[in-house]
Design a binder for this molecule. Sequence first.
Ligand code: GTP
Ligand code: IMP
Ligand code: MG
Length: 331
Amino acid sequence: MGVTVVVGGFFGDEGKGKITGYLANHDKPDIIARGGVGPNAGHTIYHNGKKFGLSQIPCGFVYPNAKLYLGAGVLVNPDTFLKEVAETGTDGRIFVDNNCTVIMPEHIERDKCANSCKIGTTGTGCGPANEDRVKRIAPLAKDEPKLKGYVADVALEVNKAIKAGKKVILEGSQGMGLSLYQGTYPYVTTKDTTASAFCTDVGIGPKAVDDVIVIFKAYTTRVGEGPFPTEFSEEETKKRGWQEYGTVTGRPRRSGEFDYELAKRAVMINSATQLCITCLDKRFEGCEGAKTFDDLPEDAKAFIKGIEARLEVPVTLISIGPNEEDVVDLR
Ligand code: GTP
Ligand code: IMP
Ligand code: MG
């Protein structure tokens, strides 16, 4: 492992936060850098018996020896950032890039309606802030008084670490289906959300990447509007116990069957080298406490084998519960 990118294969909320936390604890990276859009993301992780719902800080914070960075492509809401720094006790080892766009109250105001009503945005100001970035009028982190002491040249720090042979994890957010270019336009977020985009966000080139772990839930979920070919009715979703609520907005997530077509495309576009399947426990009974592949129930094993056969990439990580250690690691 040199540089590993963690990316969502469906519509976000696949469990990237939890898996990055697990990888951080086990692989002990020197750096965990967050790519992706900004505080529209909600990463959940249960660490030391406490639930964290983070939208700015990488969930890799659970490994205390890693430096944490937010790449220049990530939008920063200073108040949310500082609140999460205090919550996670990461002061002194977390930095944002000088050139991150700052989300202002005005951006949040502008996210309340207009076109956002049709899309069903998270209302966190991300779209309008990216709009201003494109217009070249956005405020930057280096000029934001609230972020004084937290800014750095993230691209330089990460590339220096790579050159020195250190381990780096890029923690992405959202998922390919929400990509401005590769997703279900116009029902998408306001940036690309594939592995290449997370590299750009942080400032590393594609040749620096060793592994791309694409994460899928054992079923598909989507928050907000937009096409969802394998969607179930609300009734069916409830019957299966797949009802979920968004971390950021509290909105119910729509649920449906594992979307193999979308998954194949996510494997292709992200150059997946490994796959991770989360929430297997919500699909199959008897996964609890499994440590090895053979500990899993037969139907769950067949499901994983089927995914590997159809997507032609090995499943190396299987998540069987929300806690950071609920993982069957096949690497
Ligand atoms: P975005 O960056 O917003 O795309 O989110 P994310 O990919 O980090 O996922 P998020 O935390 O929003 O949603 C995943 C949900 O599933 C959370 O509530 C997790 O606690 C939960 N979760 C993750 N893995 C598992 C698992 O294996 N089993 C169960 N039961 N829950 C899980
Ligand atoms: P925006 O990114 O807030 O502009 O929202 C655009 C669309 O992307 C909406 O459908 C949101 O629900 C969705 N979205 C943005 N970020 C996330 C995420 O982290 N998880 C799930 N959906 C997201
Ligand atoms: Mg989420």
